[in-house]
Ligand binder design. Structure first.
Ligand code: NAD
Length: 478
């Protein structure tokens, strides 16, 4: 159990000025595993004031020195990776193997990509040819509020804190109250790296409290938020009065188009991707559309893959999946599974209730619905659990219309060996990210969506730019 020194304000660990106790629940036992304090206005005010006071000094630190601090954080992060993996596994139920590799690894990966991007970042450069004295400079936005979710805790914290530091912003991080332990540990890393007082601040709290206080605060210039579309809307409205920049990374309902000429691993890869992290990924390929000649075979492979997917304790090593985060997500997922059955989808694998042998913990059966239609709730709503919906299609036009018929637009996927078709579809998908045949989008590529998935671009060079204002200069002495 944690002690109550969990706020990091103005370069020091402090007890909350005010605040209520909050029990962090271990999703595998449904028992409390830590107690934190939810901040109140006084705590938010103290953190924002510290960030504001630190801004002039941090802005003036040359970019190469800011980079050196981030390199120190990177070294500490790697050296203390096991602690980080244990914290995330405990707070959000990621099996320890996944917590070590993908969850902790994602944070390290982003820090490394930002270091590479910062080395090449041109903080001031000429506008172009034939415009002497005209320059473009990248200036820090100012004090920023960073609000993160629980599903990939370090992925999202590093995607915000690191570029904010590099850009010269000072900040207040409010991690998810469901998974605050990894962020508290991360604050220790920042402290250990010697980042100057007040540059980085952490206040625990919930959305209605600290989240809203940051979103409305007149001294906060920008909110970078990852989480639900619901909260993204609330933050946008709350931030409107003070005209903040608002960068949103929200939900998704990714389509995965599997053509008959797809590689042999395509269906298995899609199912495994859907179930990874117990389906709690905004970029999950949750709607699989299969070309009719390949449909029956795809269903066999999908069923087999679901049945092979083990569900088990986060403490055990292995490639099984763990529980989902909490009771309300568990209930929401169960309700959506029931809706699939009621609305007439074919239950191919899994179904309601816990997997056999697991009576405690928010464990969900890896579930697959077949013969779905585009209007079914399981095809439209983000489920955020290990539930895949599959349907057949006859033509590319029909598949594309279904794929793009969603308010979301985060990541879409296509599986085909036809180069012309693949490239056409990659351009026609309405989403911020598109992937063919399980390939990588490349180190330092931006992460973000369109429409109801939000329009932020996090990671690499684009991620640093988000925390900058572009200053247009005339009359610069050469
Ligand atoms: P959530 O929106 O409830 O909470 C996310 C964070 O926002 C938490 O820190 C929470 O305290 C805070 N918050 C909630 N309401 C707020 C408000 N009104 N004002 C300010 N802050 C508020 O979401 P969640 O349940 O933690 O996360 C799951 C959701 O996040 C899913 O919908 C998922 O798709 C989405 N998500 C998106 C991305 C992405 O990059 N696009 C990544 C991860 C998760």
């Amino acid at each position: 159990m944690l002690t109550k020194r969990e706020f990091y304000i103005d370069g020091a660990w402090v007890a909350p000025l005010a605040g209520r106790d909050y029990h962090v629940i271990d999703p595998s036992t449904e028992e409390p595993c830590a107690v934190i304090s939810l901040g109140e206005r006084a705590d938010t005010e103290a953190a924002v004031a510290a960030a504001k006071a630190a801004l002039p000094g941090w802005k003036a630190v040359p970019p190469a020195e800011r980079l050196a601090y981030v390199e120190k954080i990177y070294a500490i992060y790697k050296a203390r990776a096991e602690e980080m993996a244990q914290a995330m596994s405990l707070e959000m139920g990621a099996p320890i193997t996944l917590a070590r590799a993908a969850q902790t690894g994602a944070g390290a990966y982003h820090i490394k990509c930002f270091i590479e991007a910062a080395k090449k970042f041109d903080w001031i450069h000429p506008l172009g040819d034939g415009t002497p004295g005209a320059m473009i400079a990248y200036e820090p936005v100012g004090v920023v509020g960073l609000i993160t979710p629980w599903n990939w805790p370090m992925n999202q914290v590093t995607l915000k804190v690191i570029p904010a530091l590099l850009a010269g912003c000072t900040m207040v991080l409010k991690p998810s109250e469901e998974a605050p332990l990894s962020s508290i540990l991360f604050a220790e890393f920042v402290d250990q790296a010697g980042v100057p007082k007040g540059v980085f601040n952490l206040v625990n709290g919930d959305g209605a409290g600290v989240g809203t206080q940051l979103s409305t605060h007149p001294d906060v210039e920008m909110i970078s938020f990852t989480g639900s579309t619901r909260a993204g809307r609330a933050i946008s409205k709350n931030a409107a009065e003070t005209l903040k920049r608002v960068c949103l990374e929200l939900g998704g309902k990714g389509a995965n188009l599997v053509f008959a000429d797809a590689d042999d691993e395509a269906v298995r890869r899609g199912v495994r991707h859907m179930f990874e992290n117990s389906g709690q990924s905004c970029n999950a390929p949750s709607r699989m559309l299969v070309e009719r000649p390949a449909y029956e075979k795809a269903l066999q492979i999908a069923k087999q893959t679901a049945e092979e997917t083990r569900v088990g304790s986060p403490r055990e090593e292995g490639d099984h999946i763990g529980p989902v985060i909490n009771q309300s997500q568990y209930d929401k997922i169960q309700g959506l599974i029931e809706s699939g059955i009621k609305e007439g989808a074919t239950l191919l694998a899994g179904g309601p209730g816990r997997p056999e042998g697991l009576n405690k913990g928010y464990y969900v059966r890896p579930t697959i619905f077949a013969d779905c239609t585009p209007d079914m709730t399981v095809m439209r709503e983000e489920i955020f659990g290990p539930v895949l919906s599959i349907m057949p299609f006859d033509t590319e036009e029909e598949a594309m219309a279904i794929a793009n018929d969603t308010p979301y637009g985060l990541t879409n996927y296509v599986q085909t060996q036809n180069a012309e078709r693949a490239n056409r579809i990659l351009r026609e998908f309405h989403s911020g990210m598109v992937v063919a045949n399980g390939k990588s989008r490349g180190n330092g590529a931006p992460f973000g969506g369109v429409s109801s998935s939000g329009r932020a671009r996090e990671g690499g060079r684009w991620g640093i730019e988000e925390f900058c204002d572009v200053k247009s200069i005339g009359g610069w002495f050469e």
